[in-house]
Design a binder for this molecule. Structure first.
Ligand SMILES: [Zn+2]
Length: 436
């Protein structure tokens, strides 16, 4: 099911819509937002200079730091009384990023979420259990509102409380689960540990995942716990842009369709800021179109991906962004080598004897970076065999060396000994201090 006709327009028509809305958006921010006007004046660009989509490149970037510098509402373009909702994302340090919505913004947002829910196979018949943590986080209320708009029935469960999650799944006949991929995997394991086979005993057959990326091997793990028929897709968004609803995977599972009549994606070289040709890998930059409360132009997301314009089997014509290969700020530099946690995950998930949960610790010993990866064994009987354990350890090290070009330390631990996360998994700890 395709939610909106805008998802299937010929390229030229999508671009016409984008250009009209872009001109309007730039006039709007120049008139209504002092920080933007200042930035545009400094860059020597006026609203009238925007006459084509490539003119977008004349506009300055917006950064996460702009939110910090204008905390809490300095980037807002409307009066407080026009707002109907606030959300905030937890900052890693200090103050959160506060975002706001007018009535129209909320309507556009939830319609966009309805679109991505449809992309992932949701229908009005679904019973959707939201296992994202509620609160100021945009994920829970975003999917909640979007699924209601679609006509599904929503169970606002929030994260945690596995026993209650399972009870509702059984008693209410939940068909669709909304969660972070790591929590969905954890929940699936817990369900199996209670002797329940999700594919046989439950009706859950759709997973709409977000909040963190899902690699292909992770999707395979998901099928192992939730069953082969489980259709799990991921979707993309961030609170600064609106929340979820920016892009989502369709049932063809070949990247995430961007809701292009509301968002213009660009991919840039994160070092030079230059826009890269279609298909090249780089940092995703997003311009929001038609947003009233918190317009956002050329926002540096920090997420690494590429854009694919080839037609998709699902019938949508919107550009697809490849599943994220990491965040530019997740990148670890280890002995001069760039390492993304997703690269490590891909190697680990191909080793049958170990589970999908892992932890990476980077420290500096004798002036050298040392990366230790702790992984769980699936069968703890392996711990009794030194030779098998040692063979496994060597095999993982070899795989990582081939992928990363780096030597790593591997620690194999008993099943279920690593921490599980109800929200975004924290897998990396960097203990290096500058200057040592
Ligand atoms: Zn598609």
């Amino acid at each position: 099911m395709i939610w909106a006709k805008e998802e299937t327009l010929p390229r030229a028509e999508i671009e016409d819509i984008q250009l009209d809305k872009l001109k309007e958006t730039v006039r709007y921010i120049y008139g209504k937002s002092a920080p933007y006007r200042k930035k545009m004046d400094e860059a020597g660009v006026k609203p009238d200079d925007i006459n084509s989509l490539t003119d977008l490149q004349k506009l300055p970037f917006t950064y996460k730091a702009d939110f910090r510098d204008n905390y809490p509402m300095g980037l807002f373009a409307v009066d407080k009384k026009e707002l109907v909702r606030f959300h905030a994302s937890s900052g890693t340090t200090g103050k959160p990023t506060v975002v706001g919505y007018t009535k129209k913004d909320l309507d556009v947002w939830l319609n966009n979420v309805a679109r991505i829910a449809c992309m992932g196979g949701a229908t009005p018949d679904d019973v959707a259990q939201i296992a994202f943590g509620y609160g100021t986080f945009t994920g829970a209320l975003g999917l909640h509102g979007g699924l209601e708009m679609l006509g599904a029935s929503v169970i606002p469960m929030s994260s945690g409380n596995t026993k209650k999650q399972i009870m509702f799944m059984q008693d209410m006949g939940t068909t669709l689960l909304v969660a972070t991929p790591s929590y969905a995997l954890h929940l699936g394991e817990e369900i199996r540990a209670r002797g329940i086979d999700p594919s046989r005993d439950l009706k859950v057959h759709i997973g709409l995942f977000g909040g963190e990326g899902m690699t292909e091997p992770m999707r395979d793990e998901m099928h192992k716990v939730w069953g082969e028929q489980f259709l799990c897709t991921q979707n993309y968004g961030m609170s600064e842009l609106c929340g979820p609803g920016v892009a989502g995977e369709c049932e063809s599972l070949c990247g995430m369709h961007v809701n292009e009549d509301w968002f213009i994606p660009e991919v840039i070289d994160p070092e030079t800021g230059e826009v890269l040709p279609p298909g090249e890998h780089g940092e995703l930059v997003v311009t929001c179109l038609g947003k009233e409360a918190l317009p956002l132009v050329r926002y540096r997301t920090g997420d690494l991906t590429r854009l694919m314009y080839e037609p998709c089997a699902c019938g949508r014509t919107t550009v697809r962004m490849e599943n994220l290969s990491g965040r530019s700020d997740d990148m670890l530099v280890i002995r001069g080598v760039n390492v993304f946690p997703t690269q490590i995950e891909e190697v680990l998930l191909q080793v049958p004897e170990i589970g999908p949960h892992y932890e990476i610790v980077v420290e500096r010993k004798n002036r050298l970076d040392v990366m230790t990866i702790t992984v769980e064994l699936i069968d703890d009987r392996l711990l009794d065999s030194y030779s098998k354990l040692s063979e496994l350890e060597q095999r993982i090290k070899k795989g990582l060396k081939a992928q990363l070009g780096l030597a790593t330390q591997i620690k194999l631990v008993a099943p279920y000994s690593l921490q599980r996360f109800e929200g975004k998994a924290k897998r990396v700890t960097d203990l290096r201090k500058d200057g040592l």
